[in-house]
Design a protein around this ligand. Structure first.
Ligand SMILES: [Ca+2]
Ligand SMILES: [Ca+2]
Length: 252
């Protein structure tokens, strides 16, 4: 019940933001069939003990990537997101309120996967444009038109635990390194079951969206009083369920 109640709350924000997809100018430029989600699934593969996350789009999955703006401040992030009913503790965060989501992202202005060299050129900080996953905790945030942001905390807060693969920014934000594969209309990723606390009983939804970084001077301590969140949702292109009710379950 708890998760459904939370989902209802953020559904309101997202329903509003679908209407704004055309009004945030940078976001409108990327609103095309490559982000029109037609189907999504998470399937447990017993032979690999993995969960296969998949979205199918109308166009070509992953074909459209953001154009770099030359700065982290204002940097565009495109994402295919699986909001889930997993708990933050299932994916290595300390307990907190919010929606645990796995976002497959591309953002050419920054590399936030210091452990991974996704384009295999021996340089670990130049892969941001290559589609790659992040676990995040999303929280309601009226500072951005999409109504959601990646949850932040004060960097001095020692009570917060992040996964060992997190890049170390004071946000509920991890770079787990699972490989993402695009083939035609599909974008897929395999997640070892142990990386989600062996949970195979959760619900999920599928969302495509435009996010943006904000690195203004008021972000030094990730203060809630900052004008914008560090990483917020500015426009939503598709919510597969329509109202973010997280109706889909893992196939076994
Ligand atoms: Ca990297
Ligand atoms: Ca590289």
């Amino acid at each position: 019940m708890y998760n459904l109640r939370k989902a209802t709350l953020i559904a309101l924000a997202l329903t509003t933001s679908v209407a704004t997809a055309q009004t945030h100018k940078p976001a409108a430029a990327y609103n095309n069939a490559d982000f029109t989600i037609k189907a999504a699934s998470i399937t447990y593969d017993n032979t690999l003990d993995m969960l296969i996350f998949e979205m199918q789009v109308e166009g070509a999955a992953g074909r459209t990537v953001p154009k770099d703006v030359g700065s982290m401040n204002g940097a565009p992030v495109l994402a295919y997101v699986f909001p889930t009913t997993l708990k933050p503790t299932d994916v290595g965060f300390s307990a907190t309120d919010g929606i645990v989501a796995l976002g497959l992202t591309s953002h050419p202005d920054m590399d936030d996967t210091p452990l991974w060299d996704e384009n295999n050129d021996g340089i670990f900080d130049n892969d941001g444009v290559v589609w790659h996953p992040h676990w995040v905790v999303l929280t309601k945030d009226n500072r951005v038109p999409g109504g959601l942001s990646v949850k932040e905390f004060k960097k001095e807060d020692k009570a917060v635990t992040l996964p060992k693969t997190a890049p170390g920014v004071p946000m509920y934000f991890d770079s787990p390194g699972y490989n993402v594969v695009t083939r035609g209309k599909a974008i897929r990723m395999g997640v070892p079951a142990y990386r989600v606390n062996n949970r195979k009983d959760f619900n999920f939804d599928a969302v495509s969206c435009y996010m943006e970084m904000s690195m203004g001077a008021d972000h030094a301590s990730h203060e809630p009083s900052a004008a914008k969140p560090t990483l917020g949702v500015y426009a939503v292109y598709t919510v597969l369920s329509g109202k973010l009710t997280l109706p889909y379950t893992v196939k076994k």
